[in-house]
Structures are given as structure tokens and as C-alpha cells.
Design a protein. Structure first.
Length: 56
């Protein structure tokens, strides 16, 4: 089967976007798991050592 340039471009774009979203979700899950495991850690002044930007 021969794909037109437009069809191939659309398919590539769709696959790339899907892969990007999967990778983004995997990274977000890793960060959330790490922060959850460090949730109770505090510095010598009692402040949280690990926080996510925008979540103080």
C-alpha cells in the first residue's frame, strides 16, 4: 500500500504526539512517586526539603 505524503505526515505526527504524551505521563508519575517518598523530609529549620514548583 502506498501512502501519500500527507497521510504519512499525519500518521507520523499522530504517533509522535502519542509517544510524547506517554513519555510525559511516565515522567510525571516518576516525579510524583519520588516526591511522595520524600514527603516527610524536613531541613534543620523544619521546612519541607522537597516540593514541586507551584506547590509550596
Amino acid at each position: 500500500m502506498i501512502f501519500s505524503f500527507e497521510m504519512k505526515s499525519f500518521l507520523e505526527q499522530t504517533l509522535r504526539e502519542g509517544a510524547r504524551l506517554l513519555l510525559q505521563q511516565a515522567i510525571e508519575n516518576e516525579v510524583n512517586e519520588y516526591l511522595e517518598s520524600m514527603k516527610g523530609r524536613k531541613d534543620f529549620e523544619g521546612r519541607k526539603q522537597f516540593v514541586r514548583n507551584g506547590y509550596l
